[in-house]
Design a protein around this ligand. Structure first.
Ligand code: NAD
Length: 317
């Protein structure tokens, strides 16, 4: 199952594989095995530091004829230090080289935050800090400039589709005022503790497809000490009850809760069994009551907030 993207009609698979925190040494094998298991969409980013290894996995599968390039949907993201117009194409090219690919199916602006340029020859990925790795240094690049450069990636054939991530309604309204090529996908944190109904409704209205990240809520943030001590969603009664009813796992229920509303998901797992389980989350339907009860868990708990790193980056305030 897939979501048809506005403008190109390209089909973005509803279930993909997230590459954040997939270790470099295992990444190529993980990606290769995920392709063998049936994954076609990979959600990467310059910031994940594993694009070269992910690309190795993809190229191995292509070489062995397991898939053709046209059957894959590769997403990557522009990092915050590269928002100036002179850096966008350079970085897209560099990231494509790392993957060993000619084009991305989707390229996203990772955060609506512009940070001071860090030369990739000095440090890559630069994360949130400047060249001396001391400070978060903001840069005055407006989104209009970055978006114009993103549009040029489409013109040059480097990205088939372009989009945004971690943006809220008011910024999206602004982008729509000047966009020659409208954003086709918005990637946001979305799970039953952060249901984001108004943003989801707005995106539906304007035909902007949504990809949910961190579908399992706190699970991904425990290892980073960023889970805000929130109770596990995977062990939550409401989720487990729905899971037993359908003879599915809580993880599959959490993914289905999103995909049943045409919201794509990109779960991440390093475990072959879970990886297969996560892909197999479209073969059942949650009842309206299940959907409602799960949505009622909303408590606007946001786990991924750059304001935690520096209060000047309070993009969700
Ligand atoms: P996730 O919600 O996919 O959760 C991952 C955690 O859940 C891991 O600890 C994993 O071991 C566990 N898990 C996975 N499958 C499971 C299963 N079947 N049963 C039990 N536990 C399971 O986490 P995520 O990595 O935060 O999000 C997914 C992807 O979203 C990322 O890899 C990345 O591609 C993307 N993402 C994007 C942004 C952004 O700013 N755009 C931010 C975060 C993540």
């Amino acid at each position: 199952m897939a979501v048809a993207l506005a403008r190109t009609g390209h089909k973005m698979p509803l279930v993909g594989f997230g590459l954040w925190k997939v270790d470099k040494p295992t990444c190529a094998d993980t990606v290769y095995n995920a392709i063998k298991a049936g994954y076609r969409l990979f959600d990467g980013a310059g910031d994940y530091g594993n694009e070269k290894e992910a690309g190795e996995g993809v190229r191995r599968a292509l070489k062995e004829g397991i898939v053709e390039r046209k059957d894959l949907f590769i997403t990557s993201k522009l990092w915050n230090t590269f928002h100036a117009k002179e850096h966008v194409k350079k970085m897209a090219r560099m990231q494509l080289d790392l993957w060993g690919l000619d084009y991305f199916d989707l390229f996203l602006v990772h955060f609506p935050i512009a940070l001071k340029y860090v030369d990739p020859a000095e440090r890559y990925p630069p994360e949130w800090w400047d060249a001396e790795k001391k400070f978060v240094t903001l840069q005055d690049t407006p989104m209009q400039e970055t978006w114009g450069a993103m549009e040029e990636l489409v013109d040059a054939g480097l990205a088939k589709n372009i989009g945004i991530s971690n943006c809220q309604g008011s910024l999206i309204c602004d982008i729509l005022r000047y966009a020659r090529i409208k954003p086709q996908v918005l990637q946001i944190e979305l799970h039953p503790y952060l249901t984001q109904e108004p943003l989801v409704a707005f995106c539906k209205t304007i035909g902007l497809a949504i990809t949910a990240y961190s579908s399992f809520g706190p699970a991904s943030y425990v290892e980073l000490n960023m889970d805000r001590a929130a109770p596990s969603l995977l062990a939550h009664d409401v989720v487990s009850t729905a899971a037993s009813k359908h003879n599915k796992t809580p993880a599959q229920v959490l993914l289905r809760w999103a995909t049943q509303r045409d919201i794509a998901v990109v779960p991440k797992s390093n475990d072959a069994k879970r990886l297969a389980q996560n892909l197999d989350c479209l073969s059942f339907e949650l009842s309206e009551e299940d959907m409602k009860n799960i949505s009622l868990l909303n408590c606007n708990l946001r786990l991924n907030d750059p304001a935690d790193i520096d209060p000047r980056m309070a993009i969700f305030a």
